[in-house]
Design a protein around this ligand. Structure first.
Ligand SMILES: [Ca+2]
Ligand SMILES: [Ca+2]
Ligand SMILES: [Ca+2]
Length: 298
């Protein structure tokens, strides 16, 4: 039932884009603040590490399928997408990527398409709860460049539209599509509003970004916390620090970069105190995180 209707709705959208059908537009009558939201995270990640960006849905009515398209700067390397929450229990989920230039030249962009269908024609019905996928729905994983030229740069992740069926959720029976509340601005040719398919412009799509943090090995920074001067910051340094400060153990080994007490001063505030061991423990247990002495972005 549903699968047939989603196929019909896709067909209807295609026919509509080709100019068939009559105007049949339904506008949501609530305030934009109450509209369903589809949101991309903004995240910051150390240069060269993978960035995880979550797609989150809020206030969405019951839906049975989605077709989402986002565009990103090719500097970010898209690696994978994984369904989350209710969408992880949908019967079909796939992602595709394309590097084709769909904007007429001169604007290289990469596109990621996320397609999900709650109920496929496999004789099984999904749990009714999957039709209400509010919360995180997809995890996107990107590789970031290790190139120092990108330090402190941010790269946009934007929802993008090439035709009416992009960035749309279908109703559970597939008879209508929930699209961007401002779809006429996203597809300025107005084609989407002229389709014969019931579309409900109601969803607020919010963009995200990935920002690249400086590496934690700024001048001298890597020495702060390396109490045993072996070039790594790990559990042994916590032990060394505790012994030095609380049990009268030996001073950390200094060098011309960083004196002994300098190495115990993990957070670079020129004092050795409890704040250093707290930050050091957090750093060792929760790496990768930014070293407190790393150069900061403006
Ligand atoms: Ca099924
Ligand atoms: Ca060490
Ligand atoms: Ca300190």
């Amino acid at each position: 039932m549903f699968k047939r209707s989603i196929i019909l709705s896709i067909l209807a959208a295609s026919l509509a884009v080709m100019g068939f059908g009559s105007s049949n537009v339904t506008y949501a009558d609530n305030e934009p603040a109450c509209f369903p939201v589809v949101r991309l995270d903004s995240v910051a990640v150390l240069s060269g590490l993978n960035a995880t960006v979550t797609v989150t849905v809020e206030r969405m009515p019951h839906v049975g399928g989605m077709d989402l398209v986002l565009c990103l700067d090719p500097t970010m390397q898209f690696l994978a997408a994984e369904p989350l929450g209710a969408v992880a229990d949908w019967e079909y989920f796939t992602f595709r990527m394309s590097e084709e230039d769909t904007c007429g030249g001169g604007c290289p962009r990469e596109q990621i398409r996320l397609i999900g269908i709650a109920d496929m024609p496999d004789g099984k019905d999904p749990d009714p709860a999957v039709y209400l996928p509010n919360g995180p729905i997809v995890k996107l994983i990107f590789g970031t460049p290790a190139d120092l030229d990108y330090i402190c740069d941010c790269f946009d992740l934007r929802w993008c539209w090439f035709d009416c069926g992009n960035n749309a959720f279908s109703s559970p029976q597939g008879e209508s599509l929930f699209v961007a509340y401002n779809i006429d601005a996203m597809l300025p040719d107005g084609k989407c509003l002229e389709t014969g398919q019931p579309i409900i412009p109601s969803v607020r799509f919010m963009n995200g970004k990935i920002c690249i943090l400086p590496p934690p090995d700024g001048p001298g920074g890597e020495n702060h916390g390396d109490c045993n001067a072996d070039g790594a910051i790990d559990l042994a340094d916590i032990v060394y620090w505790l012994d030095y400060v609380f049990h009268g153990g030996p001073e950390p080994l200094g060098d011309h970069f960083c004196s002994g007490p300098c190495r115990a001063d993990f957070n670079c505030d020129d004092r050795v105190n409890a704040a250093d061991i707290a930050a050091l423990v957090k750093f060792v247990l929760h790496q990768p995180m930014l070293h407190p002495c790393a150069p900061k972005c403006p």
